[in-house]
Design a protein around this ligand. Structure first.
Ligand code: SOE
Length: 386
């Protein structure tokens, strides 16, 4: 069978998640096009050599510009910090490579549009890394909405709560610097919620938000890796230039209303990524910390047994589940990335664009920016006007 030869830029948290997905995919999805782990790329030679051997890449390089020009590479996977997404994605597309890019697509809406433009002009395939769409329980929630089982949708309520920045002496990592990350919890966590809302409920027509940066200055880091960083509490401090928390309200095109909360200051919540949908006939509740489960309520259940039921989305009837273990044997965070890459490989086989792609990335960026503008203006903003 044909294979897709991958060159990957980035080797930290997402680099590991993507590498694991490429590696495990053929074992569980033998009929899907096999990704070949050709070259991993990163700036630090020592680190990238280590990553290549630990993750199972054939070769390493420190030069992404050379990587995107190589004839033996079909797909460029970008999971380095957000400030380099644009340059690499555009160069890769111009070199005729397909592109898979982590979220948020870019630092700004304008940049994300330029990326989409370049990608479309090159006629290559493109995908954006909204991995939570690929949890089988989330796919079940979408199916119930699409089938009308929840009736007319009234509410979408979503919250992504982390607490890794509660310590005021946690250093100023790149995720706290606007010029590298674009925004704080808004683009990092809120972006996932916005994408899930687009996926399950549809277009967002109007937003109004508030945000806060609770800790204004933090120690300059001496070392950063993935989500962790070291630095001295007594050392020099610099300004935090992103939001610690962003909340917003939204109206959807289908008449539903929504609330969104993304924060890194929810003490005790390591990574609570949840949503609830309420419709005229029923509701669903999802919590990623129990990602195999969907709480489902149907208003037409018999009166004496009404209530939320816990559906374990691991039966062969649930998305992707047939490929895994016997019913009831659960899967984890890393499997969402495998499913994401199955979708990408299936798009190659069927010669179509994968979903979610850069168009979804731009749409998310439009809402992110509309929320920021609404905060600056202290009023409602329509994403479609940006
Ligand atoms: C860190 O906040 C982070 O790893 C995000 O960058 C991811 O996108 C999210 O899935 C989990 O949290």
């Amino acid at each position: 069978m044909e294979t897709i030869k991958v060159g990957m830029v980035g080797y930290k948290f997402m680099g590991k998640a993507h590498s694991h997905a490429y590696k495990d995919l053929p074992l569980f999805f033998p009929n899907v096009i096999r990704p070949e782990m050709k070259v991993i790329c990163g700036r630090n030679t020592e680190e990238v050599v280590k990553a290549a051997s630990q993750f199972g890449w054939e070769e390493y390089t420190t030069e992404w510009m050379e990587l995107v020009e190589r004839d033996d590479i079909d797909l460029i996977d970008i999971n380095a910090p957000s400030n380099v997404h644009k340059e690499i994605a555009i160069a890769a597309a111009r070199a005729g490579k397909h592109v898979f890019c982590e979220k948020p697509l870019a630092l700004t809406l304008q940049d994300s549009r330029k990326m989409l433009e370049a990608i479309e002009a090159a006629g290559v395939k493109h995908m954006v890394g909204f991995n939570y769409r690929f949890a089988p329980a989330v796919m079940l929630a979408k199916k119930l909405v699409d089938e009308g089982r929840l009736g007319e949708i009234y509410h979408f309520r979503a919250w992504f709560l982390q607490d890794w920045l509660v310590d005021p002496n946690f250093p100023l990592t790149w995720r706290l610097q606007k010029e590298i990350a674009g925004s704080g919890s808004h683009g990092d966590l809120g972006a996932h919620l916005i994408d899930l809302a687009h996926y399950m409920i549809g277009d967002i027509t109007e937003v109004i938000g508030i945000n806060e940066t609770f800790i204004k200055e933090r120690p300059i880091p001496t070392n950063m890796t993935g989500l962790s960083a070291t630095g001295s509490a007594d050392g020099e401090k610099e300004k935090v230039t992103v939001d610690d928390a962003t909340l917003f309200l939204a109206r959807f095109a289908n008449g539903a209303i929504g609330s969104f909360e993304a924060t890194r200051f929810a003490t005790g919540h390591r990574s609570t990524n949840s949503f609830e949908i309420n419709g005229s006939k029923g509701s669903v509740i999802f919590d990623f910390e129990r990602m195999n489960e969907l709480q489902v309520y149907f208003g037409d259940d018999r009166d004496d047994v009404q209530g939320f039921r816990r559906v374990l989305a691991t039966d062969p009837v649930h998305a992707f589940s047939e490929a895994w273990w016997p019913a009831g044997h659960t899967i984890g965070y890393e499997h969402t990335f495998i499913h994401e890459i199955v979708e990408l490989m299936e798009a190659f086989r069927e010669n179509r664009q994968p979903i979610p792609n850069f168009k979804d990335g731009v749409k998310c960026q439009q809402v992110l920016e509309a929320v920021e503008l609404s905060i600056a203006r202290r009023g409602w903003v329509k994403p479609s006007e940006l």
